[in-house]
Design a protein around this ligand. Structure first.
Ligand SMILES: *Cc1c(COP(=O)(O)O)cnc(C)c1O
Length: 410
Protein backbone atom coordinates (compact mmCIF):
# COMPACT_ATOMS: atom_id res chain seq x y z
CA UNK A 1 0.00 0.00 0.00
CA UNK A 2 1.21 3.51 -0.76
CA UNK A 3 2.40 5.39 2.32
CA UNK A 4 -0.25 8.02 1.73
CA UNK A 5 -3.35 5.89 1.16
CA UNK A 6 -4.35 5.49 4.79
CA UNK A 7 -5.65 9.04 5.40
CA UNK A 8 -7.45 8.74 2.07
CA UNK A 9 -9.30 5.66 3.33
CA UNK A 10 -10.56 7.74 6.26
CA UNK A 11 -11.69 10.49 3.91
CA UNK A 12 -13.45 7.96 1.69
CA UNK A 13 -15.83 6.98 4.48
CA UNK A 14 -17.00 10.59 4.83
CA UNK A 15 -16.70 12.03 1.34
CA UNK A 16 -16.41 9.40 -1.38
CA UNK A 17 -16.85 12.01 -4.11
CA UNK A 18 -13.73 13.94 -3.12
CA UNK A 19 -11.87 10.74 -2.23
CA UNK A 20 -12.39 9.64 -5.83
CA UNK A 21 -10.89 12.90 -7.08
CA UNK A 22 -7.83 12.57 -4.85
CA UNK A 23 -7.48 8.94 -5.80
CA UNK A 24 -7.65 9.86 -9.47
CA UNK A 25 -4.94 12.48 -9.01
CA UNK A 26 -2.73 9.99 -7.19
CA UNK A 27 -3.16 7.53 -10.05
CA UNK A 28 -2.48 10.26 -12.61
CA UNK A 29 0.78 11.23 -10.88
CA UNK A 30 1.91 7.63 -10.51
CA UNK A 31 1.07 6.34 -13.99
CA UNK A 32 2.37 9.18 -16.18
CA UNK A 33 5.72 10.88 -16.70
CA UNK A 34 5.68 14.08 -14.66
CA UNK A 35 8.07 16.42 -16.48
CA UNK A 36 6.63 19.83 -15.54
CA UNK A 37 9.81 21.71 -14.61
CA UNK A 38 8.27 23.33 -11.51
CA UNK A 39 6.88 20.11 -10.00
CA UNK A 40 8.27 17.43 -7.73
CA UNK A 41 7.11 14.70 -5.32
CA UNK A 42 7.43 15.75 -1.68
CA UNK A 43 8.30 13.15 0.91
CA UNK A 44 5.55 11.47 2.90
CA UNK A 45 6.93 13.36 5.93
CA UNK A 46 6.26 16.70 4.22
CA UNK A 47 2.71 15.58 3.35
CA UNK A 48 2.20 14.49 6.95
CA UNK A 49 3.19 17.93 8.28
CA UNK A 50 0.82 19.52 5.73
CA UNK A 51 -2.02 17.39 7.01
CA UNK A 52 -1.27 18.14 10.68
CA UNK A 53 -3.30 20.11 13.24
CA UNK A 54 -1.09 23.17 12.70
CA UNK A 55 -3.49 23.73 9.77
CA UNK A 56 -5.97 24.89 12.43
CA UNK A 57 -3.73 27.49 14.04
CA UNK A 58 -3.85 31.28 13.69
CA UNK A 59 -0.45 32.84 14.35
CA UNK A 60 -0.37 36.36 12.90
CA UNK A 61 2.97 37.97 13.63
CA UNK A 62 6.33 36.33 14.26
CA UNK A 63 7.66 33.93 16.94
CA UNK A 64 7.47 35.62 20.34
CA UNK A 65 5.31 38.45 18.98
CA UNK A 66 1.97 36.99 17.88
CA UNK A 67 -1.47 38.54 17.76
CA UNK A 68 -3.03 35.30 19.04
CA UNK A 69 -2.72 33.07 22.07
CA UNK A 70 -1.70 29.43 22.07
CA UNK A 71 1.22 29.93 19.70
CA UNK A 72 3.88 28.01 21.64
CA UNK A 73 4.07 25.20 19.08
CA UNK A 74 3.54 27.52 16.14
CA UNK A 75 6.52 29.54 17.42
CA UNK A 76 8.65 26.42 17.67
CA UNK A 77 7.69 25.30 14.15
CA UNK A 78 8.54 28.68 12.65
CA UNK A 79 11.79 29.07 14.61
CA UNK A 80 12.94 25.65 13.43
CA UNK A 81 12.01 26.48 9.82
CA UNK A 82 13.84 29.83 9.96
CA UNK A 83 16.97 28.37 11.60
CA UNK A 84 17.11 25.52 9.08
CA UNK A 85 16.65 27.88 6.12
CA UNK A 86 19.37 30.22 7.41
CA UNK A 87 21.80 27.34 7.95
CA UNK A 88 20.98 25.64 4.65
CA UNK A 89 21.57 28.76 2.56
CA UNK A 90 24.05 30.64 4.75
CA UNK A 91 21.68 33.60 5.04
CA UNK A 92 21.59 36.09 7.91
CA UNK A 93 17.81 36.29 7.79
CA UNK A 94 15.01 34.08 6.49
CA UNK A 95 11.27 34.71 6.26
CA UNK A 96 9.35 31.47 5.69
CA UNK A 97 5.81 32.89 5.72
CA UNK A 98 5.15 33.77 2.04
CA UNK A 99 2.22 31.67 0.83
CA UNK A 100 3.79 31.25 -2.61
CA UNK A 101 6.67 32.35 -4.80
CA UNK A 102 4.54 35.20 -6.15
CA UNK A 103 3.75 36.34 -2.60
CA UNK A 104 7.49 36.35 -1.84
CA UNK A 105 8.20 38.50 -4.91
CA UNK A 106 5.39 40.89 -3.95
CA UNK A 107 6.87 41.26 -0.46
CA UNK A 108 10.38 41.85 -1.85
CA UNK A 109 9.06 44.66 -4.06
CA UNK A 110 7.04 46.05 -1.15
CA UNK A 111 10.19 46.12 1.01
CA UNK A 112 12.35 47.96 -1.52
CA UNK A 113 10.16 49.86 -3.97
CA UNK A 114 7.39 52.42 -4.29
CA UNK A 115 4.67 52.25 -6.95
CA UNK A 116 5.96 53.76 -10.18
CA UNK A 117 9.60 52.76 -9.61
CA UNK A 118 11.53 51.35 -12.54
CA UNK A 119 12.58 47.69 -12.36
CA UNK A 120 14.82 45.83 -14.82
CA UNK A 121 13.93 42.14 -15.16
CA UNK A 122 13.98 39.39 -17.73
CA UNK A 123 11.28 40.02 -20.33
CA UNK A 124 8.34 37.63 -20.16
CA UNK A 125 8.97 36.70 -23.79
CA UNK A 126 12.45 35.49 -22.76
CA UNK A 127 11.41 33.54 -19.66
CA UNK A 128 10.55 36.15 -17.04
CA UNK A 129 7.84 35.22 -14.50
CA UNK A 130 4.42 36.93 -14.35
CA UNK A 131 5.66 38.83 -11.30
CA UNK A 132 8.50 40.28 -13.38
CA UNK A 133 6.30 42.85 -15.07
CA UNK A 134 3.37 41.15 -16.80
CA UNK A 135 0.65 43.73 -17.55
CA UNK A 136 -1.84 41.14 -16.23
CA UNK A 137 -0.03 41.03 -12.85
CA UNK A 138 0.32 43.57 -10.01
CA UNK A 139 3.97 43.93 -10.97
CA UNK A 140 3.27 45.30 -14.44
CA UNK A 141 0.51 47.58 -13.19
CA UNK A 142 2.31 49.10 -10.19
CA UNK A 143 5.89 49.32 -11.44
CA UNK A 144 7.58 50.46 -14.59
CA UNK A 145 9.29 47.32 -15.89
CA UNK A 146 12.02 47.27 -18.48
CA UNK A 147 12.78 43.82 -19.94
CA UNK A 148 16.13 42.32 -20.85
CA UNK A 149 16.26 39.29 -23.07
CA UNK A 150 18.37 36.41 -24.20
CA UNK A 151 20.43 36.30 -27.36
CA UNK A 152 18.33 34.88 -30.21
CA UNK A 153 21.17 32.70 -31.51
CA UNK A 154 22.68 31.37 -28.26
CA UNK A 155 19.68 31.58 -25.92
CA UNK A 156 22.03 33.04 -23.28
CA UNK A 157 21.45 36.21 -21.25
CA UNK A 158 22.95 39.16 -23.09
CA UNK A 159 24.81 40.79 -20.16
CA UNK A 160 26.05 43.69 -22.28
CA UNK A 161 22.44 44.53 -23.02
CA UNK A 162 21.46 44.18 -19.35
CA UNK A 163 24.22 46.67 -18.55
CA UNK A 164 23.15 49.08 -21.31
CA UNK A 165 19.52 49.00 -20.21
CA UNK A 166 20.55 49.53 -16.58
CA UNK A 167 22.53 52.66 -17.48
CA UNK A 168 19.78 53.93 -19.76
CA UNK A 169 16.84 53.40 -17.39
CA UNK A 170 18.50 53.67 -13.92
CA UNK A 171 16.20 51.06 -12.30
CA UNK A 172 15.58 51.04 -8.55
CA UNK A 173 15.93 47.25 -8.65
CA UNK A 174 17.23 44.57 -10.99
CA UNK A 175 15.63 41.12 -10.90
CA UNK A 176 17.54 38.06 -12.03
CA UNK A 177 15.69 34.78 -12.29
CA UNK A 178 13.47 33.04 -14.79
CA UNK A 179 10.91 30.31 -15.24
CA UNK A 180 12.83 28.62 -18.04
CA UNK A 181 16.50 29.66 -18.20
CA UNK A 182 18.44 26.37 -18.19
CA UNK A 183 21.85 27.87 -17.32
CA UNK A 184 23.24 29.44 -14.14
CA UNK A 185 22.78 33.20 -14.01
CA UNK A 186 26.07 35.11 -13.53
CA UNK A 187 25.12 36.55 -10.15
CA UNK A 188 28.43 38.43 -9.79
CA UNK A 189 27.85 40.20 -13.13
CA UNK A 190 24.30 41.17 -12.08
CA UNK A 191 25.76 42.48 -8.80
CA UNK A 192 28.34 44.62 -10.63
CA UNK A 193 25.70 46.07 -12.94
CA UNK A 194 23.38 46.81 -9.99
CA UNK A 195 26.23 48.56 -8.15
CA UNK A 196 27.12 50.63 -11.21
CA UNK A 197 23.64 52.17 -11.24
CA UNK A 198 22.85 52.05 -7.50
CA UNK A 199 20.07 49.46 -7.89
CA UNK A 200 18.98 46.75 -5.48
CA UNK A 201 19.56 43.22 -6.75
CA UNK A 202 16.70 40.78 -6.23
CA UNK A 203 17.41 37.16 -7.19
CA UNK A 204 14.25 35.16 -7.93
CA UNK A 205 15.77 31.70 -7.45
CA UNK A 206 12.44 29.84 -7.42
CA UNK A 207 13.72 27.22 -9.85
CA UNK A 208 17.37 26.66 -8.87
CA UNK A 209 17.06 27.08 -5.07
CA UNK A 210 16.81 23.31 -4.55
CA UNK A 211 19.97 22.78 -6.58
CA UNK A 212 21.63 25.50 -4.48
CA UNK A 213 20.58 23.62 -1.31
CA UNK A 214 22.18 20.46 -2.67
CA UNK A 215 25.39 22.19 -3.79
CA UNK A 216 24.62 21.59 -7.47
CA UNK A 217 24.22 25.25 -8.48
CA UNK A 218 25.90 28.52 -7.43
CA UNK A 219 24.18 30.45 -4.64
CA UNK A 220 22.75 33.92 -5.21
CA UNK A 221 22.82 34.60 -1.44
CA UNK A 222 26.30 36.26 -1.37
CA UNK A 223 25.39 38.57 -4.27
CA UNK A 224 21.73 39.55 -4.06
CA UNK A 225 20.26 42.00 -1.55
CA UNK A 226 17.17 39.81 -1.40
CA UNK A 227 16.66 36.24 -2.59
CA UNK A 228 13.10 35.06 -3.15
CA UNK A 229 12.24 31.46 -3.89
CA UNK A 230 9.56 28.83 -3.93
CA UNK A 231 9.84 25.80 -1.66
CA UNK A 232 8.01 23.30 -3.88
CA UNK A 233 10.15 22.99 -7.02
CA UNK A 234 13.50 21.15 -6.99
CA UNK A 235 13.66 21.89 -3.23
CA UNK A 236 10.85 19.35 -2.79
CA UNK A 237 8.95 21.02 0.03
CA UNK A 238 5.30 22.06 0.30
CA UNK A 239 3.86 24.68 -2.05
CA UNK A 240 5.03 28.02 -0.74
CA UNK A 241 7.63 30.76 -0.77
CA UNK A 242 10.50 32.11 1.29
CA UNK A 243 12.78 35.12 1.41
CA UNK A 244 16.48 35.22 2.34
CA UNK A 245 18.39 38.43 3.02
CA UNK A 246 21.06 40.14 5.08
CA UNK A 247 20.23 41.51 8.54
CA UNK A 248 20.02 45.06 7.13
CA UNK A 249 16.85 44.12 5.23
CA UNK A 250 15.37 41.77 7.86
CA UNK A 251 12.91 44.18 9.42
CA UNK A 252 11.74 45.62 6.11
CA UNK A 253 11.17 42.13 4.70
CA UNK A 254 9.31 40.89 7.76
CA UNK A 255 6.99 43.91 7.74
CA UNK A 256 6.49 43.59 3.97
CA UNK A 257 5.29 39.99 4.43
CA UNK A 258 3.15 40.60 7.53
CA UNK A 259 1.17 42.81 7.90
CA UNK A 260 1.73 44.51 4.51
CA UNK A 261 0.95 41.70 2.04
CA UNK A 262 -0.33 38.78 4.14
CA UNK A 263 -2.39 37.96 7.20
CA UNK A 264 -2.03 34.76 9.19
CA UNK A 265 0.79 32.43 8.11
CA UNK A 266 -0.02 28.87 7.05
CA UNK A 267 1.60 27.16 10.00
CA UNK A 268 1.13 23.62 8.64
CA UNK A 269 2.96 24.70 5.53
CA UNK A 270 5.73 26.33 7.57
CA UNK A 271 6.16 23.07 9.52
CA UNK A 272 6.34 21.21 6.21
CA UNK A 273 8.92 23.72 4.90
CA UNK A 274 11.01 22.96 8.02
CA UNK A 275 10.78 19.22 7.29
CA UNK A 276 11.89 19.83 3.69
CA UNK A 277 14.80 22.04 4.81
CA UNK A 278 15.83 19.26 7.18
CA UNK A 279 15.78 16.76 4.33
CA UNK A 280 17.68 19.14 2.04
CA UNK A 281 20.49 19.51 4.59
CA UNK A 282 21.37 15.81 4.41
CA UNK A 283 23.76 13.93 2.11
CA UNK A 284 20.90 12.11 0.35
CA UNK A 285 19.62 15.45 -0.94
CA UNK A 286 23.09 16.53 -2.09
CA UNK A 287 23.25 13.36 -4.11
CA UNK A 288 19.70 13.94 -5.37
CA UNK A 289 20.48 17.49 -6.56
CA UNK A 290 23.51 16.28 -8.51
CA UNK A 291 21.51 13.43 -10.05
CA UNK A 292 18.81 15.94 -11.10
CA UNK A 293 21.46 17.85 -13.08
CA UNK A 294 23.05 14.68 -14.50
CA UNK A 295 19.59 13.56 -15.63
CA UNK A 296 18.92 17.02 -17.09
CA UNK A 297 22.10 16.79 -19.15
CA UNK A 298 21.38 13.19 -20.21
CA UNK A 299 17.81 13.99 -21.24
CA UNK A 300 18.89 17.13 -23.15
CA UNK A 301 21.53 15.10 -25.02
CA UNK A 302 19.09 12.30 -25.81
CA UNK A 303 16.42 14.75 -27.02
CA UNK A 304 19.02 16.48 -29.20
CA UNK A 305 19.95 13.11 -30.68
CA UNK A 306 16.22 12.61 -31.39
CA UNK A 307 16.10 15.81 -33.44
CA UNK A 308 14.93 18.43 -30.92
CA UNK A 309 16.69 21.81 -31.02
CA UNK A 310 17.80 22.32 -27.39
CA UNK A 311 17.90 25.97 -26.31
CA UNK A 312 21.45 27.01 -25.29
CA UNK A 313 22.60 23.58 -26.53
CA UNK A 314 22.00 21.86 -23.20
CA UNK A 315 21.45 22.56 -19.51
CA UNK A 316 23.27 23.15 -16.21
CA UNK A 317 20.13 22.44 -14.20
CA UNK A 318 16.93 20.41 -14.09
CA UNK A 319 15.40 22.62 -16.79
CA UNK A 320 15.35 21.93 -20.51
CA UNK A 321 13.70 24.10 -23.13
CA UNK A 322 13.52 22.75 -26.64
CA UNK A 323 12.10 23.52 -30.05
CA UNK A 324 10.30 20.48 -31.51
CA UNK A 325 9.98 22.15 -34.96
CA UNK A 326 12.54 19.79 -36.59
CA UNK A 327 10.08 16.98 -35.80
CA UNK A 328 7.36 18.87 -37.66
CA UNK A 329 5.33 20.08 -34.69
CA UNK A 330 5.18 23.25 -32.58
CA UNK A 331 5.23 23.50 -28.76
CA UNK A 332 1.45 23.35 -28.30
CA UNK A 333 1.12 20.44 -30.71
CA UNK A 334 3.94 18.59 -28.94
CA UNK A 335 2.42 19.17 -25.51
CA UNK A 336 -0.91 17.78 -26.72
CA UNK A 337 0.52 14.67 -28.34
CA UNK A 338 2.79 13.96 -25.37
CA UNK A 339 -0.12 14.45 -22.94
CA UNK A 340 -2.10 11.83 -24.88
CA UNK A 341 0.79 9.44 -24.18
CA UNK A 342 0.82 10.29 -20.44
CA UNK A 343 3.86 12.59 -20.70
CA UNK A 344 3.13 15.88 -18.95
CA UNK A 345 5.07 19.10 -19.62
CA UNK A 346 4.61 22.78 -20.53
CA UNK A 347 5.10 24.98 -23.55
CA UNK A 348 7.42 27.99 -23.35
CA UNK A 349 8.69 30.99 -25.27
CA UNK A 350 11.75 30.40 -27.46
CA UNK A 351 14.65 32.88 -27.81
CA UNK A 352 13.68 33.47 -31.45
CA UNK A 353 10.49 33.85 -33.49
CA UNK A 354 6.89 33.58 -32.33
CA UNK A 355 6.63 29.79 -32.21
CA UNK A 356 6.49 28.19 -28.80
CA UNK A 357 8.74 25.40 -27.62
CA UNK A 358 8.49 22.88 -24.79
CA UNK A 359 9.79 23.23 -21.24
CA UNK A 360 10.47 20.25 -19.02
CA UNK A 361 12.44 19.31 -15.93
CA UNK A 362 13.98 16.30 -14.25
CA UNK A 363 13.20 17.03 -10.58
CA UNK A 364 10.19 14.71 -10.21
CA UNK A 365 11.45 11.75 -12.24
CA UNK A 366 14.75 11.90 -10.33
CA UNK A 367 12.87 11.79 -7.01
CA UNK A 368 11.17 8.66 -8.35
CA UNK A 369 14.61 7.09 -8.75
CA UNK A 370 15.06 7.33 -12.49
CA UNK A 371 18.60 7.68 -13.83
CA UNK A 372 20.41 8.36 -17.08
CA UNK A 373 19.26 5.09 -18.72
CA UNK A 374 15.63 6.10 -18.15
CA UNK A 375 16.34 9.57 -19.61
CA UNK A 376 17.34 7.87 -22.86
CA UNK A 377 14.12 5.86 -22.78
CA UNK A 378 12.06 9.01 -22.13
CA UNK A 379 13.63 10.69 -25.18
CA UNK A 380 12.69 7.64 -27.30
CA UNK A 381 9.10 7.90 -26.07
CA UNK A 382 9.09 11.62 -27.01
CA UNK A 383 10.24 10.88 -30.52
CA UNK A 384 7.72 8.05 -30.89
CA UNK A 385 4.86 10.25 -29.67
CA UNK A 386 5.76 13.10 -32.04
CA UNK A 387 6.53 11.08 -35.15
CA UNK A 388 3.28 9.20 -35.56
CA UNK A 389 3.72 6.35 -33.09
CA UNK A 390 0.52 4.59 -32.02
CA UNK A 391 -0.73 6.60 -28.96
CA UNK A 392 -2.11 3.64 -26.99
CA UNK A 393 1.14 1.74 -27.52
CA UNK A 394 3.22 4.71 -26.32
CA UNK A 395 0.90 5.21 -23.35
CA UNK A 396 1.45 1.58 -22.34
CA UNK A 397 5.23 1.97 -22.82
CA UNK A 398 5.08 5.00 -20.50
CA UNK A 399 3.18 2.92 -17.95
CA UNK A 400 5.70 0.15 -18.21
CA UNK A 401 8.53 2.60 -17.50
CA UNK A 402 6.94 4.42 -14.54
CA UNK A 403 5.52 1.35 -12.82
CA UNK A 404 9.04 0.49 -11.62
CA UNK A 405 9.40 3.93 -9.99
CA UNK A 406 6.35 4.51 -7.76
CA UNK A 407 6.63 8.00 -6.21
CA UNK A 408 5.34 6.91 -2.80
CA UNK A 409 6.32 3.26 -2.70
CA UNK A 410 4.16 0.36 -3.78
C1 LIG B 1 7.50 29.43 -9.86
C2 LIG B 1 8.04 30.81 -9.93
C3 LIG B 1 7.43 31.88 -9.22
C4 LIG B 1 6.10 31.81 -8.51
O1 LIG B 1 5.78 30.79 -7.73
P1 LIG B 1 4.23 30.52 -7.30
O2 LIG B 1 4.40 29.73 -6.06
O3 LIG B 1 3.59 29.81 -8.43
O4 LIG B 1 3.60 31.86 -7.05
C5 LIG B 1 8.05 33.11 -9.27
N1 LIG B 1 9.17 33.31 -9.96
C6 LIG B 1 9.76 32.33 -10.67
C7 LIG B 1 11.01 32.62 -11.41
C8 LIG B 1 9.22 31.05 -10.67
O5 LIG B 1 9.81 30.09 -11.39
Amino acid sequence: MSVITQPLDLLRQQDPQMADVLDGERQRQATGLQLIAAENFTSAAVLTALGSELANKYAEGYPGARHHGGCEYADLAEQIAVERARALFGAEHANVQPHSGSAAVLAAYAALLRPGDTVLAMALTSGGHLTHGSPANFSGRWFDFVGYGVDAATGLIDYARVQRLAHEHRPKAIVCGSISYPRHPEYSVFREIADEVGAFLIADASHPIGLVAGGAAPSPVPYADIVVATTHKVLRGPRGGMILCGSEFAERIDRAVFPFTQGGPQMHSIAAKAVAFGEAAGPAFTSYAHRVVANGRALADALAAGGFAITTGGTDTHLITADPAPLGVDGAGARGRLAAAGIVLDTCALPYGDQRGIRLGTAAVTTQGMGEAEMGRIAELFTAALTGGEPTKIRSDVNELVVSFPPYGV
